[in-house]
Design a protein. Sequence first.
Length: 282
Amino acid sequence: MSGSSPAARLQRLFEGQRLTPTQRRIAHSMVRRAADAPFLSSVELAELAGVSQPSVTRFAVALGFDGYPALRKHLREATPAGLAGEGGAEEELNEYQQAVRAEIENLRQLSDLLADPAPVERAGRLLAGSRPLLVLGLRAASSQARGFGYFAAKVHPDVRVLDEGGSMLHDRVDAARRAGASALMCFALPRHPREVVDALAYAREQGLTVVTVADSAFAPVAAHSDLLIPGAVGTGLAFDTACAPMLLGRVLLEAMCDGLPEAQARLEEFDARAAARGLFVD
């Protein structure tokens, strides 16, 4: 497990495990505090995740260890020499600097994940081939959905953004499916609205392939996604920061463009019209 970021090493440990919602919460908390995880007591981890201490023990057993001490021992042994105890320098930073450093770590984790481009390339083909293309994001994720939809519409002939919930949500999924949609792009960020989980379950029932960008591979939407690519959020400020999910959305746009032969021509046409209209000042 050496040779990559602490968060990436933890993600690999948890991947493929059938974890309960409580256990996914513990796993997510450990990824968020990846550098400290090998040195947390079971009590500290329970408090961090907001669960009971016995839940931490059951979590370790679910991963195949005799108990939490065995899991912690494994994590310490997997920590490359020289990384233990690096938290001292971090503690000298103020809260704003720490939030930025946490986002940098999230981006490093995303970079590690993208070392295998196959999932993103597959997602790009799925999104490019859907006519129309649905883009879903509610509450905290609505800005991600709108941003993705704004740029996607420059190269894709029919993009429909679903950024409001309510009784019309299923109707709009139905309308897109009747029009020929084959895929739905979802942005799912904490706290996860129940409406998003329900909408994804419904979309799959209607035959849509769901591609999801979520804050964690253990997010509640995972069970209703055909392809989930995680981009961690920062939690060091009063409101979560989502640099990694936003960048991941742009990466998926790039992959989608690769699957649209007419993408470059559409961009050039837009630039020509924008220049003729004097649309931009720069």
